[in-house]
Design a protein around this ligand. Structure first.
Ligand SMILES: Cc1ncc(CO)c(N)n1
Length: 220
């Protein structure tokens, strides 16, 4: 059992309400109202700016050079890969990079990103990675699952591009690399005494992910 599997098992209900949220199911079926998706995507761009900072904090919190390189890969995956998807999709709706950067941050965006930055600021690299895990590993799980549904990658599904991105080999590799790194850090730093706090951080982040989807749904 990986450390990630163990965290998921400990917060099964919160995890499920995140990865199987109505927003996710409607993306897979292609029935999600477009305003919900657009609102989500603009907020997600602002979210990614803060998440790049969280990975930069992981560089600072790294006990070894190998860990620093892993964290740097996270910064680069966000700045050089993932944000390009947002810019591309938004351009299709007449929104420029500047429009994205000028958008106002919603409370849900602030709550989730500042929660992760604070967990990392207070704790060590393991605390920070556990708070980050629902993000990268959850989207990889959602991407894989939606890609396997009948309409997930159907060109007629307006969200097929999103599903293709998160189910892509590139993204799946980033997530697998993160899970393996989390296992190594947990082997060195997780103790039975720390487990309740780590499970709490993971559950909280999963709840904040579900709130993020809900924010999108409520915009429609
Ligand atoms: C809210 C959120 N969680 C996770 C990811 C995956 O990076 C994302 N882009 N946005």
């Amino acid at each position: 059992m990986t450390f990630f599997d163990r965290l998921k098992a400990a917060s099964a209900a919160d995890w499920h309400s995140y990865v199987d949220h109505a927003f996710v199911r409607q993306m897979g079926e292609g029935t999600l109202p477009q305003p919900a998706f657009r609102h989500y995507l603009v907020q997600d761009y602002l979210f990614l700016i803060q998440f790049a900072r969280a990975y930069a904090l992981a560089i600072y919190k790294s006990p070894s050079l190998g860990d620093m390189r892993q964290a740097l890969a996270g910064v680069k995956a966000i700045l050089d890969m993932e944000m390009d998807l947002h810019v591309e999709l938004c351009a299709g709706w007449g929104l420029s990079r500047t429009d994205l950067e000028r958008a106002r941050e919603e409370r849900q965006t602030m709550a989730y990103t500042r929660f992760v930055l604070d967990a990392g600021g207070q704790g060590d690299l393991l605390d920070l990675m556990v708070a980050l895990a629902p993000c990268v590993l959850g989207y990889a799980e959602i991407g894989r699952r939606l890609a396997a549904t009948p309409r997930g990658l159907d060109p007629a599904n307006p969200y097929a591009r999103w599903v293709a991105e998160y189910s892509s080999e590139g993204y799946q590799e980033v997530a697998a690399g993160f899970a393996a790194w989390l296992d190594r850090i947990a082997a060195d730093y997780a103790t039975p005494a720390r487990q309740p706090r780590l499970e709490h951080l993971f559950a909280q982040a999963s709840v904040l992910e579900a709130d993020f989807w809900q924010m999108g749904l409520e915009a429609a």
